[in-house]
Design a protein around this ligand. Structure first.
Ligand code: AKB
Length: 318
């Protein structure tokens, strides 16, 4: 029997691709996409869609009950740059939403919950290279604070109630389907759109800024892998470090320029630079590899080729 799945934040960068991905093997009817303000891509309508404000505990409880979900992917969240603009809202959306989902899940008989943590959980006290699983976190953004507190809350629900919550610390995610909104790593997606449309891009981070990144197909693969792993293989219910590759903004620009000759990039760092400088440049994900068999499929070159091919086709259709 396939699981009955509820995905919050389905119109967001991850949800817009995770929902069709899960439906491709669990069946359209078994994956309910919950959206809030944004409608999301038309493909969400291939299966059930509901409107849900995860800030509302009663609405979350009803959604879990009415959909009969036994598995919840709780993706609704604010990202790092948006969070710095309104820290109170970031706390409300990221923390109250998570608490409501965890409470509704334990009371509503949900057996498994997925929650995305991030490299934003790290702060300046973590090693900048190959930040290990158990590095000191101590983030200096409200986004990071919600990621650390959220990981602790997920682990608490596992320890206290036996709710099987699984978390990944995603790197910056690069996708050709839905643009991200409000993150520090968003430049690594915007740059592709501008390279194709205009042949030039003004980057909001410095040229030498190196951050951990991942192509969306790998993020989907990791998400399903950890969610389907036998419980004996999921040793930690705090966030697992997850990595694919790291590059600087300049290295990404150079890789795109190999395929779009003459592509010009200027650099005008803004407030997001400070956030990027507080995060590690690379991540050690050996525990995820050892515990549940994670390995990425894309490197920088493979990601850039695939992004340009898919995005050119998508933009030509418009
Ligand atoms: C952001 O930049 O805020 C996110 C993240 C790394 O969690 N993409």
């Amino acid at each position: 029997m396939p699981p009955k799945v509820l995905v919050t934040g389905s119109a967001g960068q991850i949800g817009a691709e995770l929902v069709p991905h899960l439906r491709s093997f669990y069946g359209d009817a078994n994956v309910v996409a919950a959206v809030h303000k944004a409608a999301g891509p038309p493909s969400l309508n291939d299966g059930p869609v509901i409107t849900l404000d995860t800030d509302d505990p009663d609405a979350v409880a009803s959604a879990v009950r009415d959909t009969g979900a036994d598995t919840v992917y709780h993706l609704a969240a604010l990202l790092s740059a948006t969070g710095e603009k309104d820290p109170q809202l970031a706390w409300k959306v990221n923390m109250d939403g998570l608490r409501n989902v965890l409470e509704a899940s334990r009371k509503g008989g949900v057996s498994r919950v997925f929650w995305p943590s991030s490299i934003g959980a790290f702060g300046p006290d973590a090693p900048r290279k190959d930040a290990p699983q158990n590095a000191p976190l101590n983030p200096t953004t409200i986004y990071g604070v919600t990621k650390v507190a959220g990981e602790l809350l997920c682990n608490y629900y596992f320890v206290k109630y036996g709710l099987d919550v699984r978390c990944l610390r995603y790197p910056g995610l690069i996708s050709n389907v839905t643009p991200p909104g409000g993150g520090t790593t968003d430049y690594a997606v915007e740059i592709f759109y501008e390279a194709i449309r205009k042949g030039s891009y003004s980057c909001f981070l410095r040229e030498d800024t190196v951050l951990p990144m991942m192509y969306m197909p790998d993020a989907l693969k990791a998400t399903v892998l950890i969610m389907e792993a036998d419980p004996s293989r999921v040793i930690r219910h705090l966030g697992y470090n997850l990595a694919a590759f790291s590059f600087s903004a300049g290295e990404l620009a150079a890789e795109i320029r190999k395929r779009i000759p003459g592509f010009r990039v200027s650099y005008a760092p803004d407030s997001r630079q400070k956030i990027a400088d507080s995060w590690p440049m690379s991540i050690d994900d050996s525990e995820a590899r050892k515990d549940w068999g994670w390995s990425p499929g894309y490197d920088l070159q493979g990601m850039v080729s695939d992004m340009l091919t898919k995005l050119k086709a998508r933009l030509a259709l418009r």
